[in-house]
Structures are given as C-alpha cells and as structure tokens.
Design a protein around this ligand. Structure first.
Ligand SMILES: [Zn+2]
Length: 385
C-alpha cells in the first residue's frame, strides 16, 4: 500500500509528463476509428496494442468478422502470483465518420486538446497507459493483475463485445471504466440509467377513406392512442424516461392507414422499474377493433445502480483527498459498457476518463491540465485495490 507521500509524488511526476500524454493523444486521435469501419478500428487497435506491448503487457486480439477486433491486455509485473485482478474497460471506436478529422483536426488551444474522440474516449486510453507508466517509475507494484478490455463497438450498442465484457468482468474484482467523466468538472459516474429501444408496430387495414372508411382499420389512429397512453408512464422524478422519438405510418391521405410504427427510447434508473416497464409494453392491447399490435425490442443496457459503485467511489474519494484532487459523483442518463459489468454485480466505477466537454460533437475537447490528476487517481486505485 503506497503512502500519502508516494501518492503525491506520483501526481508530481505525472504533472511533468503532460507533453508526453498529449503527444500520445494526438497519435491516437489521428488514427480515426469509426465503429462501422473495421479496417480503421483494427488499425487503431494495433497502435494501442503496440503501446501496451512496449510496457511488457500480453495482448490478445479478440477477432471479429464484421466489427473491429477487441483488445484484451494483461499486465502483471510480479513477483509471485497476483491476488486478483482489476479490469480497465473502454472502447477503441468513435462516433465520427472517416474524414471528421479533416474537418476538425487535432489541435491544442486554450489549455485543451480538441478533436474527434479526444474525450470519448481516446483520452481515457492515454490515461490508462500513463497510470501504468507512473506506477512502474515510482516502483509501486499493484497486488492485482491489471487487465484492459478495449472494445470496438461501444458506440453502436456493444453487440459483438458484450459477452467479452461479461466474461472479463466476472474474472475481475473491480471494473474501472475510463469513459468520459461528468461535465464540466470531471465527476465520477456512480450510476447510469438502463437504456432500451422499443418498436411499436400497428397493423390495421387499408380502405378508401371516402367510399368505404368503415372497411378500414386505421393504424395511425391506433398508434396515436397508444402513444398517449405510454407517454403517461414517463416519470422523470423516479428516473423513468419514455420518449417516442420516431413515428411513421400510412401511404396516402385518402387511404386508411394500414400500418404505423413508433420507436420509443426507454430509460430507467432501477432494474425493477425496467422489468416493470418491459412488462407494461408487452401487455399493451389495441383499442380499435381488428387492429393488431406488435412490440419488439428491450433494454439493451441494464441500469448501473449506485450500490455496485459505492465502495469504489469512496475509495476514489479518499485517494483523491490524499492527493489534494477535488472529486464528486454524478448519476448519468446515458449508458456505457459499465452498465453491462455492473449488472453482473461486479463493483464498477465509471467516468474515470478524461475531464472535458462536448463528446460526439465538433467541439469535443479535454482539459490537458487534468490529464495528470486523472492518471494519478487511476494509478492510486490500481495500487491500492
Ligand atoms: Zn464512450
């Protein structure tokens, strides 16, 4: 267990390495890695893998056919056997199409690094390397093995990585997620809502709306009635969000609509609410005689509840205080791979990545001065867990 003096020295050393960290970030950001572009993600994965190999880590590519390969990194500097394992979790992909970099090139201005993926989450990938470097330089040896799972499809729902996230989380004592921190001051994310998408389809019957309207079953009318009903399930105060964000239906203004469809974004803070919501959707019945209702979809990411983060957060708070770093926690509306790990009951702390702003936009940026603070906090967690 490192002493307070050792922890402060870690922070001090890191502060002198800002240039190195932003240089690495520049290289990472310039290797564009859109989720849907396997070649580009694989190329970036190889760059990240090389950095870890330089540090003596064992790297395995978890091969994927359609998506980029996921990266599994393991680092144990011995001697003897590790007393468990800590998983650092993050993703290689970004939401930006190839060419976004030409529109908003990587640049450093006003104490911030700007560019696609700086905040979400190439900054986090840099922090993991910096944290490990610092521990080595300070000759602080974690008791646990450090594993990293860098996935390739977080931004598009983690469909190819979910089973690896679950497998690696279950093999670990704690999961530290290096996703962007809470804006603007770098809050750690101790809970996240569960997120899902429901498709509501109504099948009616077409008819001439002037000559024989009584032969028709209006799917648009039916859908409208359903929307009014489910919109009432929205309970922001209890962490439940229901938003019908896409609707379509019908063909011509003089044809009774035979078909209609809505896409509903659903969010809940508690797993029990989430299951109740799913049940409520399944129980929907049509109002209009003869109309048929189909409900597809579900929660793709379960909620991350605060109870799975609390102990880790308190540890982080204590370590941050020892190093003189201010810290706070926040609950996030969006989901991440942290949700998947936390749902298994594995202690998970999210939002440990860079401090910055405006992820998924042309203004995406991170605060350079905070890189040292963040890497120090991650290093301290790795050293003491
Ligand atoms: Zn992310």
């Amino acid at each position: 267990m490192p002493t307070t003096d050792e922890l402060r020295r870690v922070l001090h050393v890191l502060k002198s390495r800002e240039g190195e960290m932003s240089g690495l970030l520049a290289r990472f950001v310039r290797a564009e890695s859109p989720s849907f572009d396997k070649k580009a993600v694989d190329n970036f994965g190889r760059i990240v893998a090389a950095e870890w190999r330089k540090r003596g880590a064992r790297v395995r590519f978890l091969k994927q056919k359609e998506r980029g390969d996921h990266l599994l990194v393991r680092l144990w500097r011995g001697p003897g056997r590790p007393e468990g394992r800590i998983l650092l979790l993050g993703h290689l992909d970004t939401v930006y199409d190839k060419g976004a970099l030409a529109q908003t090139p990587f640049r450093i201005a006003r104490g911030r690094a700007w560019g696609p993926g700086t905040f979400d989450m190439k900054g986090g990938l840099v922090l993991a390397l910096a944290a490990v470097d610092t521990l080595a330089r300070a000759r602080i040896r974690p008791r646990k093995e450090i594993a990293c799972l860098w996935t390739s499809d977080e931004e598009i729902g983690s469909f190819s990585s979910q089973r690896f996230i679950e497998r690696e989380a279950l093999r670990s004592d704690a999961v530290l997620v290096l996703e962007p921190s809470g804006e603007p001051d770098g809050a750690l994310k101790t809970s996240r809502k569960g997120v899902g998408e429901i498709e509501l389809r109504v099948i009616g019957r077409a008819a001439h709306s002037g000559l024989k309207p009584e032969d028709g079953i209006n799917a648009v009318h039916e859908l409208a009635l359903q929307i009014v009903k489910i919109a009432k399930w929205n309970q922001p105060g209890s962490g439940i969000g229901i938003h019908v964000n896409v609707v379509s239906g019908g063909t011509r203004s003089n044809v009774i609509a035979a078909e209609a469809r809505a896409l509903v974004d659903i969010r809940a803070s508690r797993a029990t609410d989430l299951r109740r919501l799913e049940r409520r959707f399944r129980k929907l019945r049509p109002h209009l005689r003869g109309a048929r209702l189909e409900v597809h979809g579900e929660f793709s990411r379960p909620p991350m509840e605060r109870k799975t983060s609390a102990a880790l957060y308190h540890r982080a708070e204590k370590l941050a205080a020892l190093m003189g770093i201010p810290i706070r926690e926040v609950s996030a509306g969006g989901g991440s791979d942290g949700n998947i790990a936390a749902a298994l009951g594995v202690p998970t702390l999210d939002g440990l990545g860079a401090i910055g702003a405006d992820a998924h936009s042309t203004r995406e940026n991170i605060l350079i001065r905070a890189l040292a603070l963040r890497a120090a906090l991650i290093a301290a967690l790795l050293a003491t867990l």
